[in-house]
Design a protein around this ligand. Sequence first.
Ligand code: BEZ
Length: 219
Amino acid sequence: MSLRINDIAPNFTAETTQGTIDFHQWIGDGWAILFSHPKDFTPVCTTELGYMARIEPEFTKRNCKLIGLSVDPVEQHSAWAKDIEETQGAAVKYPMIGDKDLTVAKLYNMLPADEPGSAEGRTAANNATVRSVFIVGPDKRIKLMLTYPMTTGRNFDEILRVLDSMQLTSKYKVATPVNWKHGEDVIIVAAVSDDEAKKTYPAGFKTIKPYLRTVKQPG
Ligand code: BEZ
């Protein structure tokens, strides 16, 4: 099934390192990040899972849960987690889905729906493109989808930055410019007239072009 931004994130029940979950129930009323891995005991993924373990408190502060996925059984994930802590210096506290039947990988279009077999005997190479990130909002809709090549580790600081932008722009009628970071000026969206902007931002805003107006980050 092809997925688009704003689609409902397909729900599923899966085994994880922290027991069986129903994805939507597990998300609850906050945000969630599902990030996937082609195979356990792979080097790039080891660094990625360790980094996410280290910065998980940043996501928690933003009311956002993390869940990893790898195309191997959960028993193997638990053994791998020990290596991750040993080599990356951070313990994985978020759950990891054991997608041994490729169910979630297929549901999220990371593998073709008619891909046969299970995790057994598969390699990281034939599990391409199971290196994706999905940000899911409190409304259970997909807010962001990213798929990376197998040999390129993801930049999870960028995921945090996007989350900051999405949480801000879901509250205020603003958009964030190129390379924006939390605390920097934002763009007033076109749907806001100059009159409304004057009322909303009594301290003023900058009109660079009629279609490009910036203001201090609200909130
Ligand atoms: C890795 O996660 O380290 C990896 C996976 C597939 C191909 C190459 C590297």
